[in-house]
Design a protein around this ligand. Structure first.
Ligand code: GTP
Ligand code: MG
Length: 313
């Protein structure tokens, strides 16, 4: 393994290994190049990545020319992908505009968005992807649109609190139900325009959603709820942040590794590098549920915010 690679790099490498399509692989490889430390030790690796990248790009170009592009396939990036679902004018693009760096189209008229637009949000060092979508109505969805919902990690239903909330929610839930997504995907509900909400609108949604779907009321205009929204998205993605460190050194507290809830010390080592997982002997942990610096086995289940020192044989 080349020396001096950063957690940022290993994270991009993890995205590459987990990528299931050529597009996702391209994004991950580009990220690996961008964050790779610049010194002689990485020249070889850099050339290798460039080779892979140009082969993939060539392959994709041919595919595009052959007419095989699906605009509703949004390559996954980061620790999780959240896709918005809602009626025209409900405030989807406004949310993506505030939370991410994406260039979206916010407008007073409906049907302003006609293709998915992904953006990245940083929540305490965790990169979460949020995807703006064209609207759905009771009788029209764009062909292929359901594919984006099938591939995501979390669906966020967006309901305009100043309009008929019951009607909007019904259309969204029926859309998901008819495609077996209601039981198969984690879902939350965002009530928008709380500054001009109809009386009792947020309570009405909470009552309709019950315990299974978390509800949050927000206002772009007044900012309320927009601070809590990233935290809720992170919580519902059910990932944990873990800080890895070599023995005797300090961890980089700005760049956590993200793993699914229930991941073990061994999973962490495998995320950093496959070879590391094979050589792993045990670990020491600082965090919750253990005493400071406690020795743990490879099968130890990690908790959010654990600091892990990996020991190799
Ligand atoms: N008062 C108020 N208006 C809002 C709020 N959020 C969005 N809007 C307005 O609602 C309108 C629609 O917002 P968009 O974000 O474009 O809605 P959309 O769901 O993306 O619409 P489509 O792309 O057509 O599906 C715009 O005029 C926004 O300025 C809010 O919190 N309060
Ligand atoms: Mg829009």
């Amino acid at each position: 393994m080349p020396a001096n690679l950063t957690p940022d790099y290993y994270k991009a490498e993890q995205w590459y290994r987990e990528a299931t399509t050529a597009e996702e692989k391209i994004l991950a490889l580009e990220r690996m190049l961008a964050v790779m430390p610049k010194h002689k030790g990485t020249d070889h690796l850099k050339a290798d990545i460039r080779r892979k990248l140009s082969a993939l790009k060539e392959h994709e170009e041919k595919r595009h020319k052959a007419g095989g592009v699906d605009i509703f396939h949004v390559p996954r990036m980061g620790a999780g992908q959240v896709v918005l679902l809602g009626l025209p004018n409900s405030g989807k693009s406004s949310i993506v505009e505030v939370l991410t760096n994406a260039k979206v189209h916010v407008a007073q008229f409906p049907y302003a968005t006609n293709a998915p637009v992904p953006g990245m949000m940083n929540y305490e060092g965790v990169h979460i992807q949020i995807v703006d979508m064209p609207p759905i109505t009771a009788d029209y969805i764009m062909p292929g649109q359901v594919g984006t919902y099938r591939n995501c990690d979390l669906i966020a239903i967006v309901v305009d609190l100043s309009a008929d909330v019951e009607g909007q929610l019904k259309i969204c839930l029926e859309f998901l139900e008819a495609r077996n997504l209601l039981l198969g995907k984690r879902t939350i509900c965002i009530g928008t325009k709380n500054d001009i909400a109809q009386e009792g609108a947020a309570e009405k949604i909470r009552q309709l959603c019950g315990d299974r779907i978390a509800v949050i009321a927000v206002s772009i205009v007044r900012g309320e709820g927009m601070g809590e929204l990233p935290k809720l998205l992170f919580k519902e993605l059910r990932v944990i942040r873990v800080f890895a460190k070599p023995p005797g050194e300090k961890p980089d507290m700005n760049e956590p590794f993200t793993l699914p809830e229930g991941a073990t010390v061994l999973d962490l080592a495998g995320t950093i590098h496959r070879e590391l997982a094979e050589k792993l002997k045990h670990a020491r942990i600082w965090g919750t549920g253990v005493y400071e610096g406690q020795n743990v086995q490879k099968s130890h289940v990690l908790q959010d915010k654990d600091i892990v020192e990996l020991h190799f044989g």
